[in-house]
Design a protein around this ligand. Structure first.
Ligand SMILES: Nc1ncnc2c1ncn2[C@@H]1O[C@H](COP(=O)(O)OP(=O)(O)O)[C@@H](O)[C@H]1O
Ligand SMILES: O=C(O)C1=C[C@@H](OP(=O)(O)O)[C@@H](O)[C@H](O)C1
Ligand SMILES: [Mg+2]
Length: 199
């Protein structure tokens, strides 16, 4: 990208970094919204480290998410998820993409809302369904009617995701476009650079 569009994006990046300061940028939203994919791109744009809580859970447990659900059940997965996210939130700035259930945990949500900057990647059911339908990597969707399960999760969770600081519409557009819109949404929170008065 060159020209005015590139320089507008550069300005957004500078502003977004200023808004974030030392806080973590935390992506929340339903499965398939693009938290992992867009989070990685936004981290690249802001030139800060990226971490995905599900990948971190898989690293420390040396098991995949479906294996964890199968061997220990959802409550154990949630306990591990809470411990991992609490640890990851201790240092920043970085981009943290969470799993879709993490922000539903009251303690995690309270920590994210007080210490981080949260972005809800919001998507319509058909977009989510097209994306998650292709893979068998989401244990919560191993039900008799996974489309209905996803729809039920949407009804349950959207009123909670709504508490995030920023909402970005995730849709059928290039990932780079959604990432740039996320950076622009964060930049729009910038109140301008503080001026230091002359002595
Ligand atoms: N804007 C997009 N356009 C096309 N595919 C996307 C977009 N965002 C995400 N995806 C794809 O959708 C799938 C789910 O994305 P992912 O980042 O894993 O979502 P989440 O972490 O929120 O569950 C992945 O295969 C990803 O590459
Ligand atoms: O919505 C959820 O409760 C979950 C979402 C998944 O992550 P993604 O949202 O990244 O798919 C993963 O943490 C686990 O399968 C549970
Ligand atoms: Mg993910």
């Amino acid at each position: 990208m060159t020209g005015p569009q590139a320089s507008a994006q550069e300005t957004d990046i500078i502003k977004a970094r200023r808004v974030l300061g030392r806080r973590n940028l935390v992506f929340v939203g339903l499965m398939g919204a693009g938290k992992s994919a867009i989070g990685r791109l936004v981290a690249q744009m802001l030139e800060i480290p990226f971490v995905d809580s599900d990948h971190e859970i898989e690293r420390v447990s040396r098991m995949t998410i479906p294996e964890l659900f199968e061997s220990y059940g959802e409550p154990e997965f949630r306990a591990l998820e809470a411990r991992v996210i609490r640890r990851l939130l201790r240092t920043g700035p970085r981009v943290l993409s969470t799993g879709g259930g993490a922000f539903m945990n009251d303690a995690i949500r309270a920590t994210v809302l007080s210490n981080g900057l949260s972005v809800w990647l919001k998507a319509d059911l058909d977009v989510l369904w097209t994306r998650v339908n292709k893979r068998g990597s989401r244990p919560l969707l191993k039900t008799a009617n996974p489309g209905q399960t996803l729809s039920d999760l949407l009804d349950l969770r959207y009123p909670v995701y709504e508490k995030a600081d920023v909402t970005v519409q995730s849709r059928d557009a290039a990932k780079e476009t959604i990432a740039a819109e996320t950076v622009a949404a964060i930049a729009s929170l910038d109140g301008g650079q503080e001026t230091v008065p002359n002595p």
